[in-house]
Write a protein that binds this ligand. Structure first.
Ligand SMILES: Cc1cc2nc3c(=O)[nH]c(=O)nc-3n(C[C@H](O)[C@H](O)[C@H](O)COP(=O)(O)OP(=O)(O)OC[C@H]3O[C@@H](n4cnc5c(N)ncnc54)[C@H](O)[C@@H]3O)c2cc1C
Length: 374
């Protein structure tokens, strides 16, 4: 249990804020997490649960390598969460497929995988399968599927259990997570440190602040000297009734949750802060699932939802230290499930500037200014 005032305040208690909190607590710091309101957009409560590397960073080598490091770290991370929280996040990292019905689209993705592999050197591992190869490996794949890529490193977890396990792990290490603690303003103090005004009228002081508020970050970032503006991108998902039989594959759009339901997703739409679901998109998802695996035609859909991704301007993570206000950090990313083991370890070292602090320059927000100047 922590007994004294926190040294580091994290604003945002989603997957990113809690993972960073876990890393900082593991390094022996006193940490407080302030999380916003139930009505906030919360990607951490609506995601697909993939631990996924295929295609990631094909045009940005640092991200390709960062993702591969995360995939490698996941089994140890799942064990750490189990020890701290007692919860099994149902990590299954036995490989995953990207299915294609359009040969041109498949060729384009195969070319991206080649580029990704060039960044990863001998760490890359994927294979391209024709439709017939695939059908001989996996019974029940539909005739319209022209092929797939497969990576043995990809996998998934139970995303809501993962979120709970993170929260419990933070508590187990003595961290304090306060819900309903929306931060309205963060004001840098003249002699160092920060003053946080909460929507409930409270004012809190902090030596260091890590902004991990997802789509709520933009409103607070400017005052800390950050320029990054994240934007929402809607994804819609379906979930079916629980099935006794196991689905014979995991894919980036169709997966079976450990509890039995099949989750179907993968859509992307620029709809602003609107996270509602729409009939035509849901129908498209259902059609896709039946095309890939026709046996799903007889399975009932029991739930559907939309959720908003947290996207940086180029879609890659932003890890930034404020030059104007030392002690303030901005951490935001898409793929917060996949990257969590690194947010809970390497990234904490970077925030604390330890002797083996990693070089995170490639993920600094200065890249946006540089790309505008180019
Ligand atoms: C449909 C969908 C599918 C996805 N699938 C995957 C996947 O398969 N694999 C993967 O790796 N990633 C996936 N993601 C992405 C992943 O879910 C996100 O990267 C991750 O959840 C982001 O976490 P976060 O903590 O940054 O944001 P959030 O989960 O949005 O959390 C931000 C938190 O900050 C709080 N907050 C906001 N403003 C304030 C404030 N002013 N004061 C205090 N607190 C505040 C909010 O209440 C919230 O709890 C998916 C996302 C979506 C939407």
């Amino acid at each position: 249990m922590q007994h004294s005032d926190p040294e580091i305040t994290i604003v945002g208690g989603g997957l990113v804020g809690l993972s960073v909190a876990l890393g900082l607590l593991s390094a022996g710091k006193r940490v407080r997490v302030l999380d916003g309101a139930d009505g906030d957009a919360r990607a951490s409560q609506g995601n697909f649960g993939l631990i996924w590397g295929q295609g990631k960073g094909w045009d940005f080598a640092p991200y390709a390598n960062w993702t591969m490091d995360a995939l490698t770290a996941w089994s140890g991370f799942a064990r750490q969460l189990k020890e701290l929280s007692g919860m099994d996040v149902a990590l299954d990292q036995s490989g995953g497929y990207e299915f294609f019905t359009d040969p041109a689209e498949m060729a384009g993705f195969a070319a991206q995988l080649e580029q990704q592999a060039a960044h990863l050197n001998d760490r890359a591992s994927f294979e391209i399968l024709t439709g017939d190869d695939l059908r001989s490996q996996l019974g029940g794949i539909g005739p319209e599927v022209v092929g797939a890529s497969f990576s043995p490193r990809d996998g998934h977890v139970n995303p809501l259990r993962f979120l709970r396990a993170l929260r419990c792990s933070v508590h187990a290490l003595g961290g304090c997570v306060t819900m309903g603690a929306t931060v309205s303003t963060i004001t840098p103090q003249p002699d160092g440190g920060f003053s946080l005004a909460l929507a409930n009228g409270q004012t809190l002081g902090a030596e260091m602040v890590v902004l991990c508020a997802g789509l709520g970050s933009t409103a607070l970032a400017r005052g800390l000297g950050f320029e990054t503006q994240v934007r929402p991108q809607r994804g819609e998902l379906l979930i079916t009734e629980k099935l006794g039989d196991r689905l014979p594959f995991l894919s980036s759009t169709i997966r079976q949750v450990d509890e039995g339901g099949i989750q179907i997703g993968g859509t992307k739409a620029e709809t602003g802060m609107d996270d509602s679901e729409s009939l035509d998109v849901m129908a498209g998802l259902a059609r896709h699932a039946v095309t890939v695996f026709p046996a799903l035609a007889d399975v009932r859909v029991v739930r559907a939802w939309g959720a908003l991704r947290v996207m940086s301007p180029d879609g890659y993570p932003v890890y930034a230290k404020s030059a104007a206000h030392p002690g303030a950090f901005l951490v935001t990313c898409h793929s917060g499930v996949t990257l969590a083991p690194l947010h809970a370890s390497v990234l904490a070292e970077w925030i604390l500037n330890t002797s083996d602090t990693p070089d995170m320059e490639a993920f600094d927000e200065r890249r946006f200014a540089l790309s505008h100047a180019a």
